[in-house]
Ligand binder design. Structure first.
Ligand SMILES: [Fe+2]
Length: 442
């Protein structure tokens, strides 16, 4: 029995509880933190649908279900998974209290927008590709005949601009080591290291995207509940990654270029859908655009933490305020920065007004099929993976769990954090800037 357990039992027998704040000279928040960090039964992540981070370090149970193609990629990349996979961050490093989570990266990070000065015609990138295929009119481009690991800096700049214009760009048949994936991310921004999400062993910043492992760890994801959060994310938990969302919007400098590489892909199913924030903004009337321009909203973290001053009140999210309409530094275009899972309220509006407007904005993003692209990850060569690189600022995305976990789906994600969000009142929308037709409501 630990020291803390003993002291609490003794105190319970002798209810000389003059004050709870100081028990055996230990402040209450420190006792709570000690309990949570030291007791493996307590869920340190405070996530409603997951019981991750019960153990720390490389996980031997995950290794048992690691798909052969993923293992082959790691072996070819010189990554040692013999002690277990994935690597779960150490409990001592995982935030317990909201203030601890808020303090992570709560300072200026240097950021260079690589696409800003790139060749607008992208001659270096397109010239080296065998094919450039726009998958829809408004969003999504596939590049054929290029290996991401061989890109020059000029091509990386042009690719950044292409992603900033097309929202998401795809590369099939890639030989890509997790280390190279991280290096690419470092070129495009500050690589985010997640405080509690499992990662590739010894490679902080290379986050494991693997619902099959989460299910093995106790996540209750099934045919009936996988989609419920898309109707009301406040009432139904977002289980896995099926609910429309954007990654890491609670960061002081939220995610920009985000690169998911799948090395285990279902034969059929497990697609991902993206929607464009430029196009969502352009779906609004001029009057409504004016109403939103310059407004701010509160954005929350996916994980919850405890309130240091009221630790028994339940999990609370990290909250951060950002403009609800942002300007993209590379394209100069305005876009709608909301998502159902993590935009909590518009600052200054009553809760009723805010809910009404936000639910409409979520619908605009989610229900307009002409501003979305659905991507099938499959590739043509065995032993190769597929990459999607999207600009998380200007996109929402969701995975489709129609394979119901019966086919393995595993990948690694590297997220480059971008600039501190801003709104430039002189910036234009995408369609306005490109001289495209905009409907006028009279
Ligand atoms: Fe995501």
């Amino acid at each position: 029995m630990s020291k803390i357990e003993t002291s609490i039992l003794v105190e319970a027998k002798e209810p000389d509880t003059e004050t709870l704040l100081v028990l055996n000279d230990i402040p209450l928040d420190e006792q709570v933190e000690g309990l949570i960090r030291n007791h493996k039964e307590l869920n340190i992540t405070r996530h409603r649908s997951e019981k991750l981070a019960l153990s720390s370090g490389p996980d031997p149970t995950g290794l048992k279900i690691l798909p052969a193609s993923s293992r082959q990629r790691f072996e070819e990349s010189g990554i040692d998974v013999s002690r277990g996979y994935p690597e779960v961050p150490d409990r001592s490093q995982i935030p317990v209290f909201v203030d601890q989570a808020f303090a992570i990266r709560n300072y200026d990070l240097p950021y260079t927008e690589r696409g800003k000065n790139a060749d607008k015609d992208k001659k270096s990138l397109f010239g080296a590709a065998t094919e450039v295929i726009n998958l829809t009119k408004n969003v999504g481009t596939e590049i054929v005949g290029l290996q991401l690991e061989n890109l020059t800096d000029q091509q990386k700049d042009e690719l950044a601009l292409l992603i900033a214009e097309r929202v998401v760009v795809f590369f099939r048949d890639q030989k890509l080591s997790p280390k190279t994936q991280r290096k690419l991310g470092e070129y495009w921004g500050h690589v985010e290291v997640h405080p509690q999400t499992p990662q590739v062993p010894d490679l902080p910043g290379v986050t494991v995207i693997w619902n099959d492992y989460k299910i093995k760890q106790g996540m209750n994801l099934n045919y009936s509940n996988n989609n419920l959060g898309n109707w009301d994310a406040t009432k139904n938990p977002a289980i896995g990654n099926q609910v429309w969302h954007a990654d890491l919007v609670h960061e002081r400098q939220p995610a920009g270029y985000t690169h998911l590489h799948l090395d285990a892909i279902p034969g059929v199913g497990g697609d991902t859908i993206w929607a464009s924030g430029y196009a969502a903004y352009d779906k609004l009337s001029d009057e409504f655009k004016q109403l939103l321009d310059g407004k701010e909203a509160v954005y929350i973290s996916a994980h919850g933490y405890l309130d240091r001053d009221d630790p028994f009140s339940g999990p609370k999210k990290v909250e951060r305020v950002h403009p609800i309409v942002r300007t993209h530094p590379a394209t100069g275009w305005k876009y709608l920065f909301v998502n159902r899972a993590m935009t909590r309220r518009i600052v200054g509006f009553s809760p009723v007004e805010s809910d009404l407007i936000l639910n409409y904005l979520f619908d605009v993003y989610e229900k307009n099929a002409d501003i979305q692209v659905r991507f099938k990850w499959s590739n043509t060569k065995t032993g190769y993976g597929t990459s999607a690189i999207w600009d998380n600022r200007i996109a929402q995305h969701r995975a489709v769990w129609d394979h119901e976990g019966k086919d393995a789906r595993h990948g690694t994600r590297v997220t480059s954090l971008a600039e501190k969000p801003y709104f430039d009142p002189d910036s234009k929308s995408q369609r306005e800037s490109l001289g495209k037709y905009l409907h006028k409501w009279e």
